[in-house]
Ligand binder design. Structure first.
Ligand SMILES: *Cc1c(COP(=O)(O)O)cnc(C)c1O
Length: 459
């Protein structure tokens, strides 16, 4: 499979380039030149596979020059051996809809599902090429924990994670700072998430710095994260739908990565009716789907912090697709965004988006009320991100069965869950000890040079 950048579709890249670079050299995002398509007979052959078998088949399609199928099979098996359930995910009926629980990995959020595979892919690729990397990543809480869990104690890699000091939940922080491993470094910056992200971007574009440390990234624009996330759309489809039946997915969305994986699944032939973009009050994507104008506003702090994002980076991949893979046009729109602070899609492009997507956003009060009602009616504790996805479904009437993605375990956001239900959601037994473990992290000021020096002294 060959890959191109959304901002220059002429130059092709291999999976290895795409994996190690993260972002294309022209600032665009990597996408496959051609997305593989299953017909309905081929789809039915996948129906009865176990999660690991299905993951092997699907992921192999996207990286077959880099790995053989047996390597992928072993890599998947290794990645999911510590998940708390057999089939990686769990599907539950709640009322008329289905909940797809994606939080049974080591750090209790769906990001573990892709990140564990990425950790193993790094190890294999670096071994084959006899090289080393230093991963630098900014986090609003869940990505950092999942990445540390996937990279800790591995050879040939170090990881530096920047988080906004005092702006993530205690459990989120402890998942990162209690990991006692020589290749893990936590930095708390006296700023917000957008600033952390900006520092990481500056370090990437500082070519002297980034090449001197062989810098690599695992943030949500990394194509391999998307590939691994495609799997659970297929897996849950087969569990809830009959042959060729169309269903909907509701996805709590921030950076547009998880839901974009659903869009790729649809392009691969999975019978999906609508993908529901569920957002909190940071509703840039709902405004875009309604008006065609993509315009970031100021970030609002909410009870679903992993979606407190105004620049939904992966949306560029959808823009490229609905512009008929015209990279010049995508580049122009992205230039508009950086120069005038917004871009506008044409009628035809917006129409294509509306064929596959719809969007709803929830206020803080609405989100809390979903948590409360779900406990009252179903006796089930849900986290605030999942609540946004459930609430969005309740606001829309759609044909067909719906699967709601449950992206985090309620214990990761225990304060708000406790407040709405009166019940303290407990951490899974094997994770309870993190609350008393010793924390290790460095507080640094908002100063690029100081952060770079900190990293240089430790690589
Ligand atoms: C990261 C995250 C999201 C948003 O996912 P995107 O891929 O950024 O859209 C939703 N819920 C939880 C719990 C998350 O950690």
């Amino acid at each position: 499979m060959e890959y191109v950048s959304t901002r220059n579709a002429k130059k092709v890249f291999s999976f290895k380039d795409v994996f190690l670079k993260g972002l294309a050299p022209d600032g665009g995002l990597f996408v496959p030149k051609k997305i593989p398509l299953y017909n309905s007979r081929e789809l039915e052959k996948l129906r009865n596979l176990s999660y690991n078998e299905l993951a092997t088949k699907i992921i192999f399609k996207f990286c077959s020059e880099e790995f053989d199928e047996v390597e992928i099979k072993d890599l998947i098996k290794n990645s999911y051996k510590n998940f708390r359930v057999n089939d990686v995910v769990v599907i539950k009926k709640i009322g008329k809809v289905n909940l797809l629980e994606l939080f049974h990995g080591p750090t209790l959020a769906f990001k573990d599902i892709a990140m564990q595979v990425i950790g193993n892919m790094y190890e294999k690729i670096l071994e084959k090429n006899n090289s080393k990397v230093n991963i630098v990543v900014a986090t609003s809480g869940d990505t950092g924990a999942a990445a540390i869990s996937a990279i800790k104690d591995r050879k040939n890699m170090k990881i530096f994670v920047l988080h906004p000091d005092n702006k993530i939940s205690e459990v989120q922080r402890k998942f990162m700072t209690t990991v006692n491993s020589d290749n893990v470094f936590n930095i708390a910056l006296a700023s917000n998430f957008d600033e952390c992200q900006k520092f990481v971007k500056s370090m990437f574009s500082d070519k002297d710095f980034s090449s001197s440390i062989n810098m690599s990234g695992v943030n949500s624009i990394n194509w391999s994260r998307i590939v691994v996330q495609i799997v659970y759309y297929f897996f849950s489809y087969f569990k809830v739908a009959k042959r060729s039946e169309k269903i909907n997915f509701s996805v709590p969305t921030g950076n547009f990565g998880d839901i974009y994986a659903g869009y790729v699944a649809k392009k691969m032939g999975l019978p999906i009716n609508k993908l529901i973009i569920a957002t909190n009050s940071n509703d840039i994507l709902k405004r875009t789907v309604t008006t065609g104008i993509y315009k970031p506003l100021k970030v609002e702090h909410t009870v679903s912090p992993s979606m407190d994002i105004q620049v939904a980076s992966n949306f560029e991949r959808l823009v490229f697709d609905v512009c008929s893979c015209d990279s010049n046009k995508t580049l122009k729109l992205m230039n508009d965004l950086s120069e005038i602070g917004e871009f506008k899609l044409e009628k035809e492009e917006l129409k294509k988006i509306k064929e596959s997507f719809c969007s709803e956003s929830l206020s803080e009060e609405e989100t809390k009320s979903v948590i409360k009602k779900t406990y009252k009616n179903q006796k089930m504790l849900i986290d605030p991100h999942t609540a946004v996805a459930i609430g969005a479904v309740n606001k829309i009437s759609l044909e067909g069965n719906t699967v709601i993605l449950a992206t985090a375990h309620p214990s990761k956001f225990s304060d708000v869950v406790m407040k709405e239900t009166g019940i303290n959601p407990e951490l899974p037994e094997n994770l309870k000890n993190i609350l008393d473990k010793k924390e290790k992290y460095e507080k640094l000021p908002q100063d690029l040079k100081k952060i770079q020096n900190y990293i240089l002294e430790r690589v």
